[in-house]
Design a protein around this ligand. Structure first.
Ligand SMILES: Nc1ncnc2c1ncn2[C@@H]1O[C@H](COP(=O)(O)OP(=O)(O)OP(=O)(O)O)[C@@H](O)[C@H]1O
Ligand SMILES: [Mg+2]
Length: 260
C-alpha cells in the first residue's frame, strides 16, 4: 500500500536517512524499530509530508505522493500521530475529537453559509462518531476533561482517537507506547489490533517497547544510523547479529527481549 523507494534525507551535513526502501503491505501492522537517532521519525515525517526527501520516492496505492503536503495526504487516507502528542490542551477531549473530521462543510464559512442545513446534519453525525470513538477507546469518563490534564497514556489514546475520526486507511504511529503505564499500554495495543482486524486499518508503527512490537507487528524493519539493516518477523530480528550490535553500540533504550 505504501512503498518507500530509496529515500534519503540530509540535514546540513548530517545524513539522517540513507537510501531506505521497504513496503507497508495493505492490512499489515508493520513495525519500525532502531536505536535513538536511527532516523525513524525522520522517515515518518517524509512519508507524512512534513518535508520532502533529499532523494527517493514515496508511493501510495501506486501513486507517487512524494512531497505532497500533509492535508493532501489526509484526504487520501494517510494520517500520523506524533512521538509527542499534539493535543489541544485547552480544549476538552470531546472537542479535540470534534475538530478532526475532514471535509466538514463547516470548515469553510462560505460553505456553511450556503449549506447550513447540511452542516447541522453533519454535526450530529460528528457527535455520534465522537461518542463511538470515546466508547471504543474506553475514555468516555474523561470526555469533558481538558486534554491538557490527561495522563501521558490517555493523550496517546486520544491521539489514536483522532485518527479514528478520519477516514484513515493508513496510519503512522510514532511511539504509541512511550511513557505509558502497563494497563493503558494493553488498551492501546488492543485498540490498534481491533482497528486493524475490524476496521481494516493498515499501520506502520515505531516503538521501543519490543514486547509491543512482537505482539503486534509482522514484518519488522530495523534502522540504525539512517540505514535499513534488517527486515523480517520479530523472532528472526531478535537473533540478528547486526541488529543486536546496533542496539548495544547505540545506547540501549529498548532491549531486544530475553526469549527468542
Ligand atoms: N529537523 C531536523 N533538523 C536537523 N536534524 C534533525 C532533524 N530531525 C532529526 N534530525 C537528526 O536526524 C537524526 C535522526 O533523528 P530521528 O528523530 O529521525 O531519530 P529516531 O530514530 O526517531 O530516534 P528516537 O528513537 O530517539 O525517536 C538525529 O541525529 C537527529 O538529531
Ligand atoms: Mg523518533
Amino acid at each position: 500500500m505504501i512503498r518507500i523507494e530509496n529515500v534519503s534525507k540530509s540535514f546540513g551535513g548530517l545524513q539522517a536517512v540513507k537510501d531506505v526502501s521497504f513496503e507497508v503491505a495493505q492490512g499489515s501492522i508493520t513495525g519500525l524499530i532502531g536505536p535513538n537517532g536511527a532516523g525513524k521519525s525522520t522517515l515518518f515525517n517524509i512519508v507524512a509530508g512534513l518535508f520532502p526527501p533529499t532523494s527517493g520516492r514515496i508511493v501510495l496505492d501506486g501513486q507517487d505522493i512524494t512531497g505532497l503536503p500533509t492535508h493532501e495526504l489526509f484526504h487520501r487516507g494517510l494520517v500520523r500521530t506524533f512521538q509527542i502528542p499534539h493535543e489541544f490542551s485547552q480544549m476538552t477531549v470531546r472537542e479535540n475529537l470534534m475538530v478532526v473530521p475532514p471535509e466538514q462543510s463547516g470548515e469553510n464559512l462560505f460553505n456553511s453559509w450556503l449549506r447550513w442545513g447540511r452542516v447541522r446534519e453533519e454535526d450530529t453525525k460528528v457527535l455520534e462518531r465522537v461518542d463511538e470513538v470515546l466508547d471504543f477507546l474506553e475514555i468516555s469518563h474523561v470526555a469533558d476533561e481538558l486534554a491538557g490534564n490527561l495522563s501521558g497514556g490517555q493523550k496517546k489514546l486520544l491521539d489514536l482517537g483522532r485518527t479514528m475520526m478520519t477516514d484513515a486507511k493508513m496510519v503512522l504511529l510514532d511511539e504509541p507506547g512511550a511513557g505509558v503505564n502497563r494497563t493503558l499500554l494493553g488498551k492501546i495495543r488492543e485498540a490498534i489490533r481491533r482497528l486493524n482486524t475490524e476496521r481494516g486499518y493498515t499501520f506502520c508503527l515505531i516503538e521501543h517497547d519490543m514486547d509491543l512490537i512482537s505482539q503486534l507487528c509482522d514484518p519488522v524493519h530495523v534502522m540504525a544510523n539512517g540505514e535499513l539493516i534488517a527486515s523480517g518477523p520479530m523472532s528472526e530480528i531478535r537473533q540478528n547479529a547486526e541488529v543486536r550490535e546496533a542496539y548495544l553500540g547505540g545506547g540501549v533504550s529498548g532491549h531486544m527481549g530475553e526469549d527468542a
